[in-house]
Ligand binder design. Structure first.
Ligand SMILES: *Cc1c(COP(=O)(O)O)cnc(C)c1O
Length: 403
């Protein structure tokens, strides 16, 4: 571990690895002994950091990981992650060669994918592991019938490819009605039966994400692909909540200035907030460039969806306590006032509150929206066990400082 501590940064992400391990054990409690976990670590493990999360999980028996892209898997291999890594997205020719070198598991989601991998691996004395991806109704990647069976035959007959798995992905496993998911599962099972009938053996058949794993134990099959639950969150929607999950993620920052302001002072651009009484204001070095106050909002899918989004915006305009941005300090919640700046925000404290420069606050930056250059500090037993810093920030950080 490098000699850097939280003092080296004015904002950082803390990842509690004990919570990760706890969540892993909770997920395991859902599964039969012969169902394995494929830990989904795409998008930097949803903000927790893919490499370190993989290390922690590997120490506790996880031997299969999944990411969306070859470059994500390569980063993990470069950092010594040895377990199997399934790549969801189809590979380009260059990526396919890399995958072969790095012993990654690639997805075949079309006849063209098969042809490409067949070309790349021909004349090579290693076998490339592949999983067939079936599209049973999500409409992203995947083979449909009867092509799925034809490609399965081709892979089976190709000595350079090893057909290790077949999978599909659900479109709405957490929707109120399970009907569409049942329909997808039924068509997945039919495809598997067709393959079995021709003697095509599939060691790892998998279809469940977090929501489906919680809701449909009969669909666990040989493996479940779990991301959200390992990170300590339940998927949004209609799922049972039998697990006691712990949140491993905290975005923290040090107060960089403390001010006393009289009543009637304005805070922030366009003066959207005026202090009604004397206050102490903390300047916190986290702004929208770090992901504070950002929401991922996609085009509303229905009228109800639209109304929900509008209601949320209205609530935040009216500064409803539940929707307002709040910073935590020693268990208390304090409101962010005025507009969030690019790299700062202002937090109101009562006058006389014992607040000083350097105090650490927890800031509500969503894990998947947090800026990529924020350092991550991994805690084990409450103390820092390792620090992950991107190149750019390492250069500007003094390594001598410690707590
Ligand atoms: C993201 C993803 C998962 C994991 O989903 P969670 O709901 O986070 O568990 C599983 N499979 C595929 C194909 C995915 O893209």
């Amino acid at each position: 571990m490098r000699n850097v501590s939280s003092w080296s940064f004015n904002r950082w992400i803390e990842v509690n690895t004990d919570a990760l391990v706890h969540n892993l054990q909770e997920v395991r409690s859902l599964l039969k002994g012969n169902t394995r976990i494929i830990a989904v670590l795409k998008a930097e493990a949803y903000g927790l950091g893919a490499v370190e999360t993989a290390r922690v999980l590997a120490r506790h028996g996880v031997d299969y990981f999944a990411v969306s892209f070859v470059h994500e898997a390569v980063e993990m291999r470069r950092n010594g992650i040895e377990g199997s890594i399934l790549v969801f997205s189809p590979a380009s020719p260059v990526e396919a060669r890399t995958a072969l070198e790095q012993d990654l598991t690639l997805t075949v989601a079309s006849l063209a994918d098969y042809q490409l991998l067949s070309t790349v691996t021909s004349g090579c004395n290693r076998r490339l592991r592949i999983h067939l991806k079936l599209d049973t109704g999500l409409g992203r990647f995947g083979l449909r019938q009867p092509e799925a069976l034809e490609v399965a035959r081709l892979v089976q007959a190709n000595g350079h490819l090893y057909l290790e798995g077949v999978y599909t992905h659900f479109a709405e496993a957490a929707a109120r009605s399970p009907r569409y998911t049942f329909r997808q599962f039924t068509s997945f099972q039919k495809a598997l039966r067709d393959m079995a009938r021709e003697g095509i053996e599939i060691p790892i058949r998998h279809c469940c994400n977090s929501a489906a794993a919680l809701r449909f134990p009969a669909m666990h099959l040989d493996a479940v692909r779990i991301g959200t639950l390992l990170g300590g969150q339940y998927p949004a929607g209609h799922v049972p909540t039998p697990l006691r999950l712990h949140n491993p993620y905290r975005f923290k920052a040090r107060v960089v200035a403390v001010r006393e302001l009289p009543p009637g002072s304005y805070l922030g651009y366009y003066r959207t907030y005026r202090t009604p009484k004397p206050v102490r204001v903390a300047v916190v070095p986290v702004g929208f460039a770090d992901g504070l106050g950002m929401e991922a909002v996609s085009r509303p899918g229905s009228l109800l969806d639209l109304l929900k989004i509008v209601a949320k915006l209205a609530g935040s305009y009216l500064n409803f306590k539940r929707l307002a941005l709040k910073v935590k300090l020693e268990g208390g919640d304090y409101l962010v006032r005025g507009k969030v700046f690019m790299q700062f925000c202002l937090v109101e404290f009562p006058v006389g509150f014992p607040l000083k420069v350097g105090d650490v606050v927890e800031v509500p930056v969503k894990r998947t929206l947090a800026a990529r250059d924020v350092a991550r500090i991994y805690l084990q037993g409450g103390t820092p066990a390792s620090v992950e810093v991107t190149e750019k920030r390492t250069a500007s950080v003094s390594e001598e400082v410690s707590v």
